[in-house]
Design a protein around this ligand. Structure first.
Ligand SMILES: NC(=O)C1=CN([C@@H]2O[C@H](COP(=O)(O)OP(=O)(O)OC[C@H]3O[C@@H](n4cnc5c(N)ncnc54)[C@H](OP(=O)(O)O)[C@@H]3O)[C@@H](O)[C@H]2O)C=CC1
Ligand SMILES: Nc1nc(O)c(N)c(N[C@@H]2O[C@H](COP(=O)(O)O)[C@@H](O)[C@H]2O)n1
Length: 220
């Protein structure tokens, strides 16, 4: 699977504030660029932390892009994917509406009643791992479902795990103009952090966009 991570961060590297509510870091050009990356993907993924904090929809904003996909024999919207070991995604979450297929990746620790509620809400459940979701195994299953190009939007816990696993191919980061601060605010890569063997990236391009800057990297 080809994995593209995209996120927007403040000047000081935060994805949101310590209150973890959604903050507009991107401007209109960057949101349009995000929509283009979504349109090229088979799936758009977030962690359950982002679902609980933002209740994102993860569909395309621009109708022409949906039409173009349909003309090419694809679904109008890419599939939505959530890493959610214990099935905490609320059954009335926006990602579970009928505008796209939604895969909820869970572990075998997920309670049966929550799995049933998610199934009733239309989720496709993929079980991988005993405690936390085993992302590599889950990605293999997603590939059998036709998800070969995956865009990951965050948050910091999920992005760290994917970098740690070595499955990220591209990383694009929009750096906006806000300074958010806060030791408990989410950053681009949270998790336990690296202490040796720091992963590195190759800088591919730097572009001014809106009032900020877009940094495009490939993982080394
Ligand atoms: N500025 C931006 O571009 C973006 C900002 N955000 C912001 O980020 C914040 C949310 O980020 P964050 O709290 O880090 O949450 P994440 O969205 O990264 O979700 C993390 C959760 O995913 C679940 N998960 C399941 N399997 C794994 C795994 N193998 N590795 C890691 N996580 C796994 C875990 O919950 P469990 O153990 O229950 O499975 C974990 O707590 C919000 O404030 C949101 O607004 C989010 C996206 C983009
Ligand atoms: N690219 C980007 N820029 C920002 O400024 C943001 N706040 C975010 N947040 C993420 O965007 C997604 C929202 O999706 P919908 O518009 O509801 O489809 C979600 O992943 C947010 O966390 N992204």
């Amino acid at each position: 699977m080809y994995v593209v991570v995209n996120a927007a961060m403040s000047v000081d590297g935060k994805l949101s504030s310590r209150q973890r509510e959604q903050i507009a870091i991107s401007g209109p050009s960057d949101f349009d660029r995000v929509d283009r990356i979504r349109a090229a993907a088979d799936g758009v993924m977030v962690g359950v932390g982002t679902v609980l904090a933002d209740d994102p929809h993860l569909t395309l904003d621009v109708e022409d892009r949906r039409v173009h996909r349909l003309k090419n024999g694809r679904s109008g919207n890419p599939a939505r994917v959530v890493a959610d070991s214990r099935a905490r995604t609320p059954p009335d979450a926006r990602i579970l509406d009928d505008e796209a297929t939604t895969y909820v990746l869970v572990s075998s620790a997920a309670p049966t009643d929550r799995l049933e509620a998610l199934g009733d809400a239309g989720a496709e459940i993929i079980t991988a791992g005993s405690d936390q979701v085993d992302l590599k195994t889950a990605f293999d299953t997603l590939e059998t479902e036709g998800v070969n190009r995956l865009m990951v939007e965050g948050g910091g816990e999920l992005i760290f795990s994917l970098i740690e696993l070595g499955v990220v191919d591209e990383l694009t980061v929009y750096v906006g103009t806000k300074i958010i601060g806060g030791r408990d605010a989410p950053t681009l890569a949270d998790g336990d952090g690296f202490v040796t063997d720091f992963p590195t990236v190759a800088l591919e391009s730097v572009d001014r966009m809106d009032d900020g800057v877009l940094l495009s990297y490939t993982m080394e």
